[in-house]
Design a protein around this ligand. Structure first.
Ligand SMILES: *Cc1c(COP(=O)(O)O)cnc(C)c1O
Length: 346
């Protein structure tokens, strides 16, 4: 309420001192050189892509097992998404299959740190460097996650974050942010989020409107001071899930050596998913599926011409994954009931 009042009293409602302070504090929390606040995670991706010069002549390599906005952002720049299959084990971009998809039109690679687990970045960075192709990390689900001690969002040229209310650090509405390594990119993105202006009413490049609100920034500054605590609560909760869920029918999420999972979601695999769903429903336990239909199999993206079976691991995973109820303030009683119901599934 104090933060709200501070903004109300100031009369400055978009892209003001709160946004500036939040950008600096967020960048510092990750060890990123620059941060640019925008209106959403989708816009973060669009603006990052535009800053790299991605246009309708470009191809962008990413995965089909992601949230729709990863792909719609590429399309908003007019570019062609090129999908690489995922690893069956982690559900993340199969980095070993990326190089074969690079063409002279490839302008960017977007690894998605889905569910909060970092993609295997070292081999991907080596490939990208070899071909001089920049990487934009989709960090919408991975705030706090690390790879070999480095925060996601600090390894590629840019990292895109979302503060949609259900994300690991949700705003009270929409919000997003881009971290980046170079000052040139930071300046370009500051212009892109505001009609291409440098504060002068003159379009230096073709921009959009994607301003972050002062109210959201003021709220997020407070959330940021609590982030480490809520992150460690998530990690402890995940540890408890790993200890207490003991059922050979259920495969729990992996956390490969050297990676710190942010556990945005706790996603399990079950070959008999339909039976598991009935079992959960009969005990009134909610669940989610992230994601039930891979993007290349959705009607809106039929025109990309990916046939069934073209991304085998992606399609197989979509049929067996299930997200459990999982959030830092989950009551003890709900946890106990969940463990009991999962362990009694046959
Ligand atoms: C949520 C999400 C986005 C988009 O973020 P918004 O703030 O909702 O626009 C992009 N990528 C992934 C992986 C997401 O989960």
């Amino acid at each position: 309420m104090q933060a709200l009042e501070r903004v109300m009293d100031s009369g400055w409602v978009v892209l003001g001192p709160e946004v500036k302070a939040f950008e600096a504090e967020f960048a510092q929390s990750l060890g990123a050189p620059h941060a640019v606040g925008v209106n959403s995670g989708t816009d973060a991706l669009v603006i990052a892509l535009k800053a790299l010069g991605v246009d309708r002549e470009s191809e962008v390599i990413t995965v089909a097992n992601t949230a729709v906005p990863t792909v719609s952002a590429i399309r908003m720049c007019g570019a062609k998404p090129v999908f690489v299959d995922i690893e069956a084990s982690t559900l993340l971009m199969d980095v070993s299959k990326v190089e074969a998809l690079i063409t002279e039109r490839t302008r960017c690679i977007i690894p998605v740190h889905l569910h909060g687990l970092s993609v295997d970045m070292d081999p991907l960075l080596a490939i990208a460097q070899g071909h001089q192709i920049p990487i934009i990390e989709d960090c919408a689900q991975s705030q706090g996650a690390e790879y070999k001690g480095k925060a996601t969002g600090t390894m590629g040229s840019m990292g895109c974050f979302s503060f949609y209310p259900t994300k690991n650090m949700g705003a009270f509405g929409d919000g997003g942010l881009i971290t980046c390594q170079s000052e040139t990119h930071a300046e370009a993105m500051q212009q892109l989020r505001m009609y291409g202006f440098k504060g002068d009413g003159y379009a230096h490049r073709e921009g959009i409107n994607s301003r972050l609100d002062e109210i959201q920034a003021a709220m997020l500054r407070i959330k940021l001071t609590h982030f480490a605590e809520s992150f460690s609560t998530r990690r402890k909760l995940a540890e408890e899930f790993h200890e207490r869920i003991q059922n050979p029918q259920l495969r729990l999420p992996l956390e490969p050596e050297g990676r710190m999972h942010a556990y945005h979601l706790f996603v399990i695999h079950c070959e008999q998913r339909e039976e598991l769903i009935k079992h959960l429903q009969s005990h009134h336990i909610g669940f989610g599926i992230h994601y039930a239909v891979p993007i290349h199999r959705m009607k809106a993206y039929e025109f990309l011409d990916y046939l069934p079976g073209s991304l085998p691991n992606t399609e197989l995973a979509a049929d067996s994954i299930l997200s459990l109820p999982f959030y830092p303030l989950m009551p003890e009683q709900d946890k106990e009931q969940l463990f009991q119901v999962l362990n009694s599934f046959r």
